[in-house]
Design a protein around this ligand. Sequence first.
Ligand code: OFO
Length: 165
Amino acid sequence: MVSDNLADALGDLLNGELEAHHAYLQAAGWAADRNLDGCKAFLLAHAAEELGHMHKIFAYMVDLGVPIRLKTLPAPVVRANDVVGLFTEIRDRERAVTQSIGAVVDLAARERHHGTFQFLQWFVAEQHEEDSLCKSLLDKIALIGDGPNALYLIDKEIGHMAHRD
Ligand code: OFO
């Protein structure tokens, strides 16, 4: 039995994963507009991962008998003018997701809903991985610097990261 609060919080996480899917897809479009094929491949792969996260939560909610309620999502906006800006936006978004997941973990603990607490541990580990991926992307971009071929090299590096898991 799940409280209404916890059911709503799980629903918010599900919608948040869909929102993340859209955000990565929009970012992939931003990269495509600039012929950054490596970034585009990385961002598309990540968009697919976010959809996978949504499906995990969907399946868990269905198992619990919690109704699925999708929300209208805001149109994703990329404000960045360059790749550093883009991946900084992405890092900040991932940090916010990490906090939201942490808040639901705390709620599950307070409500002593051990199944949900346990279920969310996968997401805690995943967010740790994503936060550290964002850090290593930004570190790599900084390392490449802004020499004449920097954008080409950055795009290539990030493209290689699309296929790592
Ligand atoms: Fe769903 O992991 Fe990023 O947001």
